[in-house]
Design a protein. Structure first.
Length: 74
């Protein structure tokens, strides 16, 4: 899996998790949603994303997030 897909999955998961926590626990969890949204905006404007740097250190590679995976040879 490429870094770009992981970032989208991670951001979406954190947003949904924080929305659920805000509904059932405390509305202050919406601050986490705001933080993720702000981080996405800053990343889009500057090209810097802390999660990308972490994933690069773990050996993940950049790629085309919407490209179809090549078919396995039969």
């Amino acid at each position: 899996m490429v870094i770009e897909r992981i970032v989208m999955i991670f951001a979406g998961s954190v947003i949904l998790l924080s929305l659920g926590l805000a509904m059932w626990i405390n509305l202050q969890w919406l601050l986490l949603t705001a933080f993720v949204g702000l981080n996405l905006i800053v990343s889009g404007l500057t090209g810097f994303c802390p999660l990308v740097k972490i994933l690069e250190k773990f050996g993940f590679k950049h790629g085309l997030p919407f490209a179809k995976a090549p078919r396995e040879q039969e």
